[in-house]
Design a protein around this ligand. Structure first.
Ligand code: CA
Ligand code: CA
Length: 541
């Protein structure tokens, strides 16, 4: 059971509050002078079309923290032009999509989840023109661009909330959740979600600077859909929806995964699919991932990532859960090893404490299973968190492009906004590109076999079996069956698979040195798989 999303903002909160103190202002207090305005204009769907392949949504994706990926102008902060300059790297890695953590104008000045303007780009990252350029450059490489969208809450500095919090009679009051008296009996993630505002209390479970929208107000829902169309009309390929378990609250004991949340997401999915071609939507609903997948189209497979790591360490119970996961989970799940949130786990290399053999097995497992795999930026080179940091900032360090000799890991010509990864000297793109059999080359090879074999890219899931510290599973699509055998143990093991074409030949497609295997007269095959290794075969059907 993952810990709670509130941990995502714990340290960011402190940083943002410090920034606010420095600015001499806060969002919870009163305002003087004219109230701010913002864009509430209706946006009509106008699909520019998609030139991406029909199955780009199957990934893999890279999750990118733009602030931490590549700085282009020496201010120490990653930006959209920097990301554009790294698209060839991402194409060579083999990804077909990138998810950008929020790039909209934010109050927090860090993670971006405190959105100040839903229709503009964070100035530190660039402009709308830069976003358009990124989308065009990504599309030219067969890569789709998915933006983070935060529907549950805005920044307290968002003009809508500044208006709403100005007093009881403001026209935007009902865009947020206010109570004239302090409600009692509430506890969300261990805290009281009600905060003191002007002429009442407002609901903000994640942070007092991130007030929840009132998503029972249809005007607010319609405006969010207009915001989504604003980006879709620019050619953006979809969204990752933040905190969908928290959209609507019905009371102190009914504040999570409420029925309205699924309806809201289903309506958005219908709008997007009804008006735009070839888009991708994925939801973050950590406590109900399987339930959100059908409503959203895809949902992150929270929980599965822990089993992937434990399985790679040889935990037989976890191997069993990895084997059976897709027996019930839909193939539309989006899988991962880790992400930007501490509640999902440390950076993978920290979870494996440097054990790269185990790391490779975990990566291969989820890259070969069904689902849409997401690779957290730098995971493919084994980036650790920053030694000097803790919490979420530890996970969100600048990308390690080169060794630390220049002091910036190749991320910036200036001073990086945050400490570098602890292992930038050893695990960086430059050194791994120069080394055969690097972790990066392993990722590329596994992704390449996934993309080359239709059964691995889009096939169904069948015949999954765990035995001791081994796992085998099969994927099938029209005309092809793939067989994946993984030995997590430290000694060689005989792995069996059945239900195959009698007397057929399994053609080895991974590793490059692998040998073919003969299927017996009743459709069974047994292969001796070396310690801590992966073998992949295909057979025509
Ligand atoms: Ca910059
Ligand atoms: Ca909410």
């Amino acid at each position: 059971m993952p810990a709670h999303p509130t941990r995502r903002i714990a340290l960011s909160t402190l940083l943002a509050l410090l920034a606010l103190t420095a600015c001499g202002g806060g969002g919870g207090g009163g305002t003087t002078g004219p109230l701010p305005t913002f864009d509430t204009s209706t946006v009509v769907a106008a699909d520019p079309g998609s030139n991406l392949s029909a199955d780009w949504r199957r990934g893999p994706f890279a999750e990118i923290f733009v602030r931490g990926y590549q700085d282009s102008n020496g201010d120490g902060i990653g930006d959209l032009q920097g990301l554009i300059s790294r698209l060839d790297y991402l194409r060579d890695l083999g990804v077909t999509g990138i998810w950008l953590m929020p790039v909209t104008r934010s109050q927090d000045g860090d993670h971006g989840y405190a959105v100040k303007d839903y229709r503009d780009i964070e100035p530190a990252y660039g402009s709308l023109a830069d976003l358009d350029a990124l989308v065009a450059a990504a599309h030219a490489r067969g890569i789709g661009v998915v933006l983070d969208y935060v529907m549950n809450h805005s920044a307290a500095q968002h003009p809508a909330f500044v208006n709403a919090n100005s007093g009881n009679s403001n026209a935007y009051r009902n865009w947020y959740i206010f109570s004239t008296s302090r409600p009692s009996g509430w506890s969300i993630y261990g805290g009281d979600p009600w905060r003191a505002g002007n002429e009442g209390w407002y609901f903000a479970p994640f942070w007092d600077q991130m007030p929840d929208f009132n998503l029972k107000n249809q005007t607010v829902v319609d405006w969010h859909q207009d915001n989504l169309r604003f980006w879709l009309n620019r050619g953006v390929d979809g969204f990752r929806f933040d905190a969908v378990g928290n959209l609507v609250e019905n009371g102190p004991s009914a504040w999570e995964n409420q029925p309205e949340n699924f309806t809201l997401m289903g309506n958005i999915r219908q709008m997007v699919n009804g008006s735009y071609a070839n888009r991708f939507l994925v939801c973050e609903g950590p406590s109900a991932p399987l339930q959100f997948a059908p409503a959203c189209g895809s949902a992150f497979a929270f929980g599965h990532q822990y089993d992937l790591v434990s399985a790679a360490k040889g935990d037989t119970a976890a191997i069993g859960r990895v084997a059976s996961y897709f027996d019930t989970a839909p193939s539309s799940m989006s899988s991962m090893l880790s992400n930007h949130d501490g509640f999902a786990g440390d950076r993978a290399m920290d979870q494996f404490n440097g054990n790269e053999a185990q790391y490779r097995l975990a990566a291969a497992t989820y890259l070969l299973q069904p689902g849409t795999p997401f690779i957290y930026y730098g995971e493919e080179i084994g980036m650790r968190g920053a030694q000097s940091l803790s919490g979420d900032p530890k996970l969100r360090t600048p990308m390690s492009w080169t060794s630390s000799n220049t002091g910036s890991g190749g991320f910036t010509s200036g001073t990086p906004f945050r400490a570098l990864s602890a292992n930038v000297a050893s695990n960086n793109v430059q050194s791994q590109l120069a080394t055969s059999n690097s972790l990066l080359s392993w990722y590329k090879a596994v992704i390449a076999v996934r993309q080359a074999q239709p059964a691995l890219r889009m096939g169904s899931h069948a015949g999954a079996a765990a035995a001791g510290t081994t796992l085998s599973f099969q994927r099938e699509t029209t005309g092809q069956r793939a067989v994946v055998m993984i030995n997590y143990g430290t000694g060689s093991a005989l792995i069996s698979a059945g239900g195959l074409p009698a007397n057929g030949v399994l053609t080895s497609v991974f590793p490059p040195s692998g040998t073919n295997a003969n299927i017996d007269a009743v459709g069974n095959v047994s292969v001796t798989v070396p310690a801590q290794s992966v073998q992949v075969f295909v057979v025509p059907i």
